[in-house]
Design a protein around this ligand. Structure first.
Ligand SMILES: Cc1cc2nc3c(=O)[nH]c(=O)nc-3n(C[C@H](O)[C@H](O)[C@H](O)COP(=O)(O)OP(=O)(O)OC[C@H]3O[C@@H](n4cnc5c(N)ncnc54)[C@H](O)[C@@H]3O)c2cc1C
Ligand code: SF4
Length: 334
């Protein structure tokens, strides 16, 4: 771990100004915001992240969950994962988000981890976390040790010849199914970015993971107004029952009218290089009877573009079964 400057800020403009001192907000950033620190500090100890300045944003007034007059839910970037999971509106109207958060990490970690930090958590690819190994994400152009290496946990959707790392967040999968919008304040002003545009697939620049620029601070995430007729399910399949990242997961938001799917959103975790919204599965389901045949058809459609690696071919079938079972749970009457 290298020496770094530690700056505490109390205002958003001050934070943005400090973040703007970096030449990039991607891998290799010289200035990093620190929230719960549960991702960033680990990576600094491993020498994967080497910022020369940490900007502590924990005193910023971004720790509230609020219902907006138009019905949307505004989630401050510093709301802790445990507080968000247990928020009354989230438990009632956005159950898939509460379930996804509670399926992640441990109670202690969820007490520290924040909404903004969870959104930006880095891949768990073992080669990314080991600076003795070649990794295009950590060091562009150095190669990808996971291709033909230990890739059992890694992605099968959205991969490239340069990187097959999975986005590990459970929360992000639920946010994709809920069509969340990320609110960013930066040097050039404020902007809203829908979650499907926020994350980038690796292509030949796996070091670029999202659209943030130097100084960009996530201030809140907004969820569309609640859809009271929907049922929501997050199903996570993993090697052990807790404290483990997903091998495959599915977030479903579904409404059934007279036995047919009249609204459905499907997002997948553990299999994509970014939180993976499957519009293919949604198209296959909309208007169809809520039965096993439709679910299997949708799962086939979702995995059609899969590119398994040497050790993770099992994820194709696992993800299909995860989707069909989650759809069954989300459409059966209680
Ligand atoms: C042992 C272990 C097990 C875990 N298991 C799971 C799991 O099963 N599922 C799961 O989803 N996650 C899991 N996690 C990951 C955990 O959820 C994340 O570490 C946590 O959510 C990160 O939040 P944080 O506030 O601590 O982020 P930090 O470490 O503070 O920050 C992470 C990144 O986000 C940036 N950042 C933070 N806030 C902002 C902001 N407002 N604007 C711009 N940039 C910002 C930081 O600069 C940094 O680059 C696990 C972590 C550990 C250590
Ligand atoms: S999969 Fe991506 S993160 Fe992992 S070694 Fe290859 S380039 Fe690095």
């Amino acid at each position: 771990m290298e020496m770094f400057k530690f700056t505490k800020v109390i205002g958003v403009p001050e934070a943005i100004q400090a973040g703007g001192r970096s030449s990039t907000a991607q891998q290799g950033a010289q200035v990093r915001f620190v929230a719960g620190g549960t991702t960033l500090l680990d990576l600094m100890k491993l020498d994967v992240e080497r910022p020369t300045e940490l900007v502590d944003i924990n005193r910023l007034p971004l720790d509230k969950v609020e219902k907006l007059p138009d019905g949307r839910l505004k989630i401050g970037a510093l709301v802790r994962n445990s507080d968000l999971a247990h928020d009354a509106d989230v438990k009632t109207d956005y159950a898939v988000l509460s379930q996804a958060l509670l399926s992640g990490a441990s109670a202690q970690l969820r007490n520290m981890a924040t909404t903004g930090g969870n959104l930006l958590q880095r891949t768990r690819c073992m080669y990314f976390r080991n600076d003795a190994m070649a990794c295009n994400k950590r060091q562009p152009g150095s190669g990808c040790s996971a291709l033909g290496g230990d890739n059992r946990m890694l992605a099968i959707l959205g991969t490239s010849k340069d990187c097959i790392a999975t986005n590990p967040s459970d929360m992000n999968v639920a946010l994709a199914a809920l069509e969340a919008v990320i609110h960013i304040q930066g040097v050039k002003g404020e902007r809203d970015v829908p979650i499907h545009e926020f994350f980038l697939v690796p292509g030949n620049t796996p070091n670029r993971e999202h659209v943030l620029e130097p100084g960009d601070l996530i201030t809140y995430i907004a969820l569309p107004a609640a859809k009271p007729k929907t049922k929501q399910v997050y199903l996570k399949l993993r090697d052990r029952a807790s404290y483990e990242f997903a091998l495959a997961s599915a977030a479903i938001v579904a409404e059934v009218t007279d036995g047919r799917l009249t609204y459905v959103r499907v997002a997948l975790g553990g299999v994509g290089t970014k939180p993976w919204r499957s519009v293919e599965a949604e198209k296959a389901l909309l208007g169809k009877p809520a039965n096993a045949k439709s679910f299997e058809h949708a799962a086939e459609a979702a995995l059609q573009g899969a590119h398994p690696q040497s050790e993770n071919g099992f994820k194709v079938e696992l993800s299909k079964r995860c989707i069909t079972h989650a759809l069954k749970l989300a459409t059966q009457s209680v």
